[in-house]
Write a protein that binds this ligand. Sequence first.
Ligand code: SF4
Ligand code: SF4
Length: 86
Amino acid sequence: MSLIITDECINCDVCEPECPNEAIYQGEEIYEIDKDKCTECVGHYDEPQCQQVCPVDCIPLDEDNPETHDELVIKYEKLTGNKFEG
Ligand code: SF4
Ligand code: SF4
């Protein structure tokens, strides 16, 4: 599933450049994640990079958008044009 940024976000700008899929963007009030581009970092890293860097720990999994690992792999391949090598 994709991740979601909660309203605890302090707009520190740290996560946006860390996303390998360019899924994070400045929304109207806080940063937001484009669920169509977030792969939980599958295909790029072992752990979600945004979660690793967020100083206030406000990027949980979005339970409303469940996706299997296989679905995330397909998403990664569509987004990047690369073959998944897991
Ligand atoms: Fe981007 Fe990875 Fe965070 Fe998803 S989990 S928003 S792909 S950094
Ligand atoms: Fe907001 Fe966390 Fe991203 Fe900073 S790292 S902009 S607090 S979501």
